[in-house]
Write a protein that binds this ligand. Structure first.
Ligand code: SF4
Length: 150
């Protein structure tokens, strides 16, 4: 099963992009202080089939520049074709994962990648102290500075 919550347009999560964001339910990392513990339940949401995904991209055609998945790497074989489809529609792709690494196969389909679980004492991407990294995959460039205010 590959369930997602209803997608939302995101302006902050991917620098310089307007992204359609899909929260995948079923994350098992259990970070203390997780921003969306309700999403740990894999039964929440609705299945994101290729047809449903294509429908969402059609609905937002011309309004978005990128798709971002919050999780879903635990079902890589389902995530990969969705990323490929988004790219075929001229969109950039981004994954937020709590893992430190993802497969090369997955990276090959990503424009941007955020890695690292949430550790309360270190903070998120907006903190200098964070363990999390947001990179441009092709260049490897760290883009965390876009998230730090002030
Ligand atoms: S990886 Fe993200 S969604 Fe999963 S438990 Fe940690 S903060 Fe929550």
């Amino acid at each position: 099963m590959f369930n997602v919550l209803e997608p939302q347009v995101c302006f902050q999560e991917v620098p310089n992009e307007i992204a359609l964001g899909f929260v995948c339910t079923g994350c098992q990392l259990g970070c203390k202080g997780c921003h969306s513990p309700q999403s740990w339940n894999a039964n929440l949401g609705t299945p994101l089939t290729q047809t449903v995904f294509a429908g969402w991209l059609r609905r937002y055609e011309g309004l978005i520049t990128c798709v971002v998945f919050f999780g879903g790497e635990w079902q890589e074989h389902r995530l990969l074709p969705l990323l490929r489809y988004a790219q075929s529609q001229g969109l950039k792709t981004c994954l937020y994962t709590g893992l430190d690494y993802v497969s090369e196969q997955l990276k090959n389909e990503l424009t941007y990648l955020k890695t690292g679980r949430y550790i309360q004492s270190l903070g998120g991407l907006g903190q200098h102290s964070t363990n999390q990294k947001f990179i441009d995959v092709a260049s490897g460039q760290l883009l965390n500075s876009y998230f730090i205010k002030g």
